[in-house]
Design a protein around this ligand. Structure first.
Ligand SMILES: Cc1cc2nc3c(=O)[nH]c(=O)nc-3n(C[C@H](O)[C@H](O)[C@H](O)COP(=O)(O)OP(=O)(O)OC[C@H]3O[C@@H](n4cnc5c(N)ncnc54)[C@H](O)[C@@H]3O)c2cc1C
Length: 370
């Protein structure tokens, strides 16, 4: 039997470690933060780390404003480093319907006190010279948006929590939560039970499995998302505004001297975490796709659809598009499948199997292509 606790937080990603930190800050009693792997080692360090303040609903916009305000205070609050940049962002509409969404966003954003405005295409290109405006209908600038190094957040919160007395238990898998007469009694782990009246299930992609072991159903299904990090690109300054292209559902931000691209897929691949082995570790599963440039904090999983778009980000403002497309492919190859022979769609191999990406959408969505 392990020592009893007032609260046990299961999962030490950004959500769990942040919860443990703020519980300790509020002096909520003895808190244990438990993880089957190393602290903060799964999804959280591999996110894009982008903070988008303009949300569809007012409640979410208010919530994200609170979260965004906490980022500049992170180091002061936790005593841990966090690299962040308030770069602002450009939300790009290429269809009339999306331009109307931007108009409504601006009205709502102003009502909620956000720094939002519609800017001209010339101004958008001036702010981010990598952004080519051919075919663009409208651009909204969001001055509040920022990005941060996601690898620092969960670990920073956990260290800050430990400094305030929270017990960290890495390498300890939770097997179930014991419940009797409708009340939580203990958390069962592979190393013994922890008696506690309060449990926080912050197990990320495994949240459903942890709850199901105690008979609670949580309708949550993890999906795969592609993330690409380029090698160094001349003139890719960290303060260049991030770009989101609405109809293509892609985003881009500066990253370690290059760019990071994220892609929301139309028909994403869903995972059944039960189908993965109990020892599944994200770093091990991504190892074949990590290359020289990809840092341990960022997953670099390539797909042909992403390759077809990457030249847009790596095109130097004054450079030759053709030359840069070739060099982009060289960068991609360094972390992709050796079978991939050239960057054109059809001749490339998907390293992660079928991703469900709709090629047509990405072809049509390419901006600034020549
Ligand atoms: C490619 C990509 C880009 C993203 N970009 C952004 C972005 O720009 N902005 C944004 O806000 N969000 C982004 N996200 C989403 C964000 O990363 C996640 O929402 C967030 O990291 C989830 O944190 P978490 O703490 O819930 O999960 P995790 O970080 O996965 O932590 C869950 C922890 O629970 C542990 N665990 C699971 N089961 C057990 C068990 N039985 N016993 C003990 N421990 C257990 C795991 O080991 C893990 O460490 C992105 C996600 C991806 C994949």
């Amino acid at each position: 039997m392990l020592k009893p606790a007032d609260v046990v937080v299961i999962g030490s990603g950004g959500l769990g470690a942040g919860t443990a930190f703020y519980l300790a800050k509020r002096r909520a009693g003895t808190v244990v933060l438990i993880d089957r792997h190393e602290i903060g080692s799964q999804t959280s360090p591999r996110a894009a780390g982008m903070v988008s303040c303009m949300r569809k609903g007012e409640l979410m916009t208010r919530l994200i404003k609170v979260a965004a305000a906490a980022i500049p205070r992170f180091t002061e609050e936790t005593g841990q480093p966090l690299d962040w940049v308030r770069s602002g962002s450009l939300k790009v509409a290429r269809r009339t319907a999306d331009a109307e969404v931007i108009e409504a966003d601006i009205a709502r954003g102003r009502r909620l006190g956000l720094d939002v405005e519609q800017i001209t295409l010339v101004e958008a290109h001036r702010l981010n010279p990598f952004f080519e405006t051919d075919g663009v209908a409208a651009v909204m600038r969001v001055g509040d948006d920022m990005y941060f190094d996601p690898a620092q957040v969960a670990v920073g919160f956990a260290r800050g929590a430990a400094a305030r007395g929270v017990t960290l238990l890495p390498g300890t898998a939770v097997t179930s939560v014991r419940i009797a007469s409708g009340r939580v009694e203990a958390v069962e782990t592979e190393k013994g039970a922890i008696a506690t009246p309060v449990v926080v299930d912050a197990a990320g992609a495994w949240t459903r499995q942890v709850a199901a072991a105690s008979g609670i159903h949580i309708p949550l299904v993890p999906t795969m998302q592609q993330l690409i990090v380029t090698e160094t690109v001349p003139a890719a300054r960290p303060d260049l505004p991030m770009v989101r292209i609405m109809d293509a559902a892609v985003y881009m931000r500066p990253c370690q001297g290059g760019f990071l691209w994220g892609v929301y897929e139309e028909e994403p691949t869903f995972f059944d975490m039960d189908a993965l082995s109990p020892g599944f570790h994200i770093a091990t599963s991504l190892a074949p796709y990590m290359g020289r440039r990809a840092s341990s904090s960022l997953a670099a999983a390539m797909s042909p659809a992403c390759l077809s778009r990457l030249h847009w980000a790596t095109r130097s403002p004054r450079g030759s598009p053709k030359a840069s497309r070739r060099s982009t492919y060289r960068r991609c190859r360094s972390r992709g499948s050796a079978k991939r022979r050239n960057p054109r769609l059809g001749s490339a191999r998907m390293p992660l199997g079928s991703t469900g990406i709709s090629m047509g959408r990405y072809e049509a969505a390419t901006v600034g292509r020549s």
